[in-house]
Design a protein around this ligand. Structure first.
Ligand code: HEM
Ligand SMILES: *[C@@H]1O[C@H](CO)[C@@H](O)[C@H](O)[C@H]1NC(C)=O
Length: 533
């Protein structure tokens, strides 16, 4: 050790030759010392690698580990590691050992892990509890989460969804008439900004109810923004930092929660005589009861409403932005979508196509495939994580080995599933990086025989054999899929009906992905040009 140190010190000192000032030398010594420590650290990683555990991606910086490579482009990192190590490997992320399980088997292993083996709330609650509030989602037992998901899922009945379509449409046209970006016959928009506004107006009018919607024109927009700033990756680890942003987050959470509580109280007073007029979530939650017979406390309803707002908003606005960018890059597909509407919904009436209904959106086949294909390439959640609670064994193949082998995964590890990897693999999708909605006409998705399970919130497919899981699988699977499809399908149909889109001048492809945000989205500036039809 001493020898290695003095050798490389001499080497470094002679290499810089003419630099002789004492300060420079001290600096050099520090650099040399650090380099040597890091090199030794690399050697130790190889010497002390545990052969029965998944291979660890080598790293220079203790604690930091592979955070930079993973953070910049998680998919590039996963594909690179998969080539070297196979579907199962570990990497260091800010002091935690992450074990990645790829492939359809890996997706199944993590997402359908047993409750006693793997745990989601331990990972997510630091981030989510200050934003949503106490007592809901990851700030309660899994059994309670399952009941809460049942309440939310059962609030999204077909009848409710049917009633949402005219409201979506109303919000869409209101948005066009008020948004400065859409005045005149043509123009350009920042698509991430436009879609974030449009989707929140639509979701707040439908899911959140008619009292909440007008507040988004004034006070809620800013509060929502402050709350949203709490959704940053650093808050996974240190949610309590006394930063101004965290203070604003907490203030926004309290103010929003109190507003919902007031709405609930006002509705309860109203309920006596007047009939229920809207199919919204607050009404539904007010009538739900836990298995023990208790109604949901008002404060929990408020916190569930905030969770609903945050859960749906980021994914939907990100996918809506990607759809617009993809259509702008493929005017031929946009034209096909327009012709599909003319064909399926009949010729337009006085130059205006008639208003959409829930059933008609279901008939627009290519329109849905555009949503589906965009979710394949741009799923907003790239990493799904679970804390390992009991030692596990996982079976896998290394690329160089024919026989499969077993790895032990001990308890402090965190499991990481990235279903986006199978969705972008050539093993499952021909020419995987090309955006081609028509591919689904030939490729059935989830096999009908796929096993179904009920974790307490209705039947869901286990997705154990599906390479396409943009909404996850297992007990934590998304309950917002139908809502998201309806919202995104409506936006797509209406945008195509109203406008011809193209990429900004000089652009030939869609922007790259921003992986630094918690939910991935197009890297700004994401500009498209529109022209009225
Ligand atoms: C394009 C839109 C969406 C995508 C891609 C998406 C994706 C996902 C994924 C991958 C999960 C699983 C997370 C995990 O296993 O840790 C999930 C869970 C969930 N999503 Fe969504 N989601 C979308 C929209 C929505 C909407 C609109 C809502 C609400 C109406 C919603 C509510 C939820 C809830 C409540 C969970 C359950 C979390 C848990 O059980 O731990 N999502 N979503
Ligand atoms: C949650 O926060 C605590 C306190 O800062 C920290 O010790 C813990 O590691 C965090 N959890 C995760 C999953 O990062």
């Amino acid at each position: 050790m001493a020898l290695a140190f003095s050798l490389s010190k001499d080497f470094a000192v002679s290499a810089i030759g003419s630099m002789t000032s004492k300060a420079a030398l001290l600096g050099v010594e520090a650099i040399v010392l650090i380099t040597v420590i890091l090199a030794l650290h690399m050697v130790i990683q190889f010497l002390f690698a545990k052969k029965d555990e998944p291979p660890v991606v080598p790293y220079w910086m203790p604690f930091i580990g592979s955070a930079i490579a993973y953070g910049q482009d998680p998919y590039a990192f996963f594909f690179r590691c998969r080539q070297k190590y196979g579907d199962v490997f570990s990497f260091i992320l800010l002091g935690k050992k992450m074990t990645v399980c790829l492939g359809t088997q890996g997706n199944d292993f993590v997402l359908n892990g047993r409750l006693q083996d793997v745990n989601a709330e331990e990972i997510y609650k630091n981030l989510t509890t200050p934003v949503f509030g106490s007592g809901v989602v990851y700030d309660c037992s899994n059994a309670i989460l399952m009941e809460q998901k049942k309440f939310l899922k059962f609030g999204l009945t077909t009848e409710a969804l049917q009633s949402y379509v005219p409201l979506f449409e109303g919000e869409f046209y209101d948005f066009l008439s008020h948004s400065p970006a859409f005045q005149g016959f043509e123009g350009s928009i920042c698509v991430t900004k436009a879609m974030a506004e449009l989707t929140i107006f639509m979701a707040s009018r439908t899911l959140q109810g008619k009292e909440v919607r007008p507040k988004f024109d004034s006070t809620f927009a800013e509060l929502y923004h402050d709350l949203d700033m709490g959704f940053t990756p650093v808050n996974f680890m240190m949610p309590w930092l006394p930063l101004p942003a965290n203070r604003r987050r907490d203030h926004a959470q309290h103010t929003l929660a109190n507003t919902y509580i007031e709405i609930i109280k006002a509705r309860r007073n109203l309920e006596e005589g007047q009939p229920l007029t809207e199919n919204d979530m607050i009404w539904h939650l007010m009538s739900c009861r836990y298995k023990n017979g208790n109604p949901i406390p008002d404060q929990q309803i408020a916190h569930m409403m905030i969770a609903l707002l945050m859960a749906g908003q980021h994914s939907s606005s990100s996918i809506a932005s990607w759809i617009m960018l993809r259509l702008a890059s493929r005017p031929d597909i946009a034209e096909e979508l327009y012709q599909e509407q003319v064909r399926v919904l009949g010729p337009s009436d006085k130059g205006q196509m008639k208003r959409l209904t829930y059933e008609e959106i279901g008939l627009l086949n290519l329109n849905s495939l555009v949503v589906k294909e965009t979710l394949r390439l741009h799923a907003p959640i790239h990493s799904i994580m679970r804390a390992v609670k009991l030692p596990l064994t996982v079976q896998t193949n290394k690329p160089s080995e024919l026989e499969s082998r077993l790895y032990n995964i001990p308890t402090p590890h965190v499991l990481l599933s990235a279903p986006g990897v199978t969705a972008q693999s050539s093993a499952h999708f021909a020419n995987p990086s090309s955006w081609d909605p028509h591919r689904w006409e030939a490729q059935p998705t989830v096999k009908d025989g796929d096993e179904k399970v009920d974790y307490g919130y209705g039947l869901v497919t286990k997705g154990a054999s599906s390479p396409y899981l943009p909404f996850g699988a297992g007990r934590h699977r998304c309950i917002g899929e139908q809502f998201a499809y309806l919202q995104l399908g409506t936006i797509t149909a209406l945008m195509v009906r109203q406008f011809k889109l193209r990429l900004a001048d000089g652009e030939t492809d869609v922007p790259k992905t921003n992986y630094m945000s918690l939910f991935t989205r197009p890297l700004d500036p994401a500009i498209i040009r529109w022209e009225s039809r």
